[in-house]
Design a protein around this ligand. Structure first.
Ligand code: NAP
Length: 272
């Protein structure tokens, strides 16, 4: 395994590769030496990214896929193996559906279902077809994209939170089912990352999000992608069933209390 290209000769699928964290992950896997199979619904975006990777001397294949459709996901894996001969890694990153922040009793049933269908069932379907292909390739590594909202609930987001908590359970189950078969399965739990949704939320919202973070900033997609590359490589060969926060310390706890500049300390009881 070369340090620069730890995934040289490997083949990876990335779902949700049309933008954001998924697109950054596909680029990072390519830079690490892997051939990448790009899945999402936006065909134009996938073709543009595949052309960019090809032009950079890589191997990429765009396979338009709706992760809610079992036949489409089965075809995605079959096309990947047909084209590149094997499957070594998969990043199940696609997420969608759901509802805007809403108190639970007011959540629309179909909107709740849609969050689970895309973001939880979609990952189940992906693993269902990826795992046999990996077994046929002698093993592999899977990374499922959860969220800090999969470890610490966010009020108003019943659908998203349920899907992302569920994804961690699904990850651990798959890890146990295949731990002795050479397939490692892990989850990442990003905190706020600067992708389209935070871009659309505007500068004020991004600054507020940053202020709430111990590091006083939000993350960027490459910081998630770097962890994906590590989890897909042999450098993490004894790691399975884990959930790794990529969150600038958000889940670690409360930051230390710091007195505002210019304020005097309160006398404590022992000095009075
Ligand atoms: P994003 O910009 O919303 O992108 C979502 C991706 O999922 C897109 O590529 C989209 O592509 C794809 N997708 C949605 N529905 C799909 C479907 N039915 N079939 C196939 N693909 C589908 O998300 P992001 O911000 O990059 O986040 C990526 C992942 O990280 C998600 O799992 C998200 O929950 C997680 N995450 C993100 C953050 C953050 O702050 N950004 C924080 C924590 C966790 P198409 O529309 O082309 O299908």
């Amino acid at each position: 395994m070369s340090i620069e290209q730890p995934l040289d000769g490997r083949v990876a699928i990335v779902t949700g590769a049309s933008r954001g964290i998924g697109a950054a992950t596909a680029r990072a896997l390519h830079r690490a030496g892997a051939a990448v199979v790009l899945a999402a619904r936006d065909t134009d975006a996938l073709n543009t990214l595949a052309a960019e990777i090809d032009a950079d001397g890589g191997r990429a294949l765009a396979v338009p896929t709706d992760v809610t459709d079992p036949a489409a996901v089965e075809r995605l894996v079959a096309v990947a193996v047909d084209r590149f001969g094997r499957l070594d890694a998969a990043v199940n990153n696609a997420a969608g559906g759901g509802h805007p922040p809403t108190p639970l009793a007011d959540v629309d049933v179909a909107a709740f279902d849609s969050a689970l269908t895309v973001s939880l069932r979609g990952v189940f379907l992906a693993m269902k077809y990826e795992i046999p292909a990996m077994l046929g390739s002698g093993g592999g590594a899977i990374v499922n994209m959860s969220s800090t909202a999969g470890l610490q609930a966010v009020g108003g987001l019943a659908g998203y939170v349920s899907a992302k908590f569920g994804l961690i359970g699904l990850t651990r189950t798959a890890a146990l089912d295949y731990a002795d078969a050479g397939i490692r399965v892990n989850a990442l739990a990003p905190g706020p990352i600067h992708t389209e949704q935070l871009e659309a939320a505007g500068e004020h919202a991004r600054r507020a999000a940053a202020q709430a973070m111990p590091m006083k900033r939000i993350g960027v997609p490459d910081e998630v992608a770097a962890a994906v590359v590590w989890l897909c490589s042999d450098a993490s060969s004894f790691v399975t069933g884990a959930t790794l926060p990529i969150d600038g310390g958000k889940l670690a706890g409360a930051p230390p209390f710091r007195r505002p500049v210019g304020t005097a300390p309160r006398p404590d009881a022992s000095s009075s």
